[in-house]
Design a protein around this ligand. Structure first.
Ligand SMILES: [Zn+2]
Length: 266
């Protein structure tokens, strides 16, 4: 039994944070989400009630990939104006997804600080794709998050300048408990990331937001292969999620799957 509770927290100019508290009713076995993650060995799983999502994680908390059970997940939008990056925190660890335009690292650091974390807590930095408004601060973020691993879709990898080597991601991979969905078209190596337990899709530029209630497909002006991009929308429509976090426009907080499926049939 999985109980999901999604909270939207207004963080002013820093945008919204989506706090997902996942609790397990009884019998915390057979977690379907854990099958895709590198399960943490050892039986010393700390049981945290997870009902204080904005409390600063205890510094003694052992690093954990987190399986979503009994722990809070915080998704935070870093609203950079023309583009958004996102921070995912759980178990005292964070992932940064996209890095915005050049000069965006301080805003990302501020977002980390909003949830009681800093660069040292960032274990993963992931690019949805190679465009400069998404990897413009890549080097600065990787230098700040000095112990983090960096990732991008395999085909986009060679175009991203990084202070240290990156790990290529392919469809079906898992990083920080996020399922990688290959969504090419906007760029050849574009990836989207699905938090299956929380029901949150990070779509990069494979989708665009409107006013917070709607979605459109990839922007034809910046998408060299619209046919493939539209196939990628059909791929995303095969998954279930509520929230869609986009690079441009407003994220949607509910009905995500339905909105994406409407793009396919419509
Ligand atoms: Zn783009």
């Amino acid at each position: 039994m999985i109980e999901r509770r999604l909270f939207l927290k207004d963080l002013g100019k820093f945008g919204i944070a989506m706090v997902v508290v996942s609790a397990c009713g009884s019998g915390p076995t057979s977690d379907p989400a854990s099958t895709t993650s590198a399960s943490a060995p050892g039986g010393s799983t700390t049981t945290q009630p997870g009902l204080e999502p904005f409390s600063t994680p205890a510094s003694s908390t052992a690093p954990s990939l987190g399986n979503g059970f009994g722990a809070s997940t915080v998704w935070e939008r870093v609203n950079l104006g023309s583009v958004s990056a996102y921070v995912l925190a759980r178990g005292g660890e964070a992932a940064v997804i996209d890095t915005g335009t050049a000069g965006s690292a301080p805003a990302i650091a501020t977002s980390l600080g909003q949830i009681g974390l800093g660069w040292a807590d960032v274990s993963h930095v992931v690019a949805t794709h190679l465009h400069p408004d998404h990897v413009g601060s890549w080097a600065a973020v990787m230098e700040g998050a000095a112990s983090a691993s960096g990732y991008a879709g395999q085909a986009d990898l060679p175009s991203i300048r990084s202070p240290r080597s990156l790990i290529g991601l392919s469809d079906g991979d898992s990083v920080f408990d996020l399922r990688v969905i290959a969504t090419p078209g906007h760029t050849p190596g574009h990836i989207s990331l699905l938090d299956e337990l929380a029901g949150i899709l990070v779509a990069g530029d494979s989708l665009n937001g409107t006013d917070g209630t709607g979605l459109t497909g990839a922007n034809p002006q910046y998408t060299p292969d619209m046919e493939t991009a539209n196939d990628s929308i059909a791929t995303m429509a095969g998954f279930d999620f509520s929230v869609v976090l986009v690079g441009h426009g407003e994220p949607v907080a509910e009905n995500g799957s339905a909105l994406v499926r409407a793009l396919v049939t419509g």
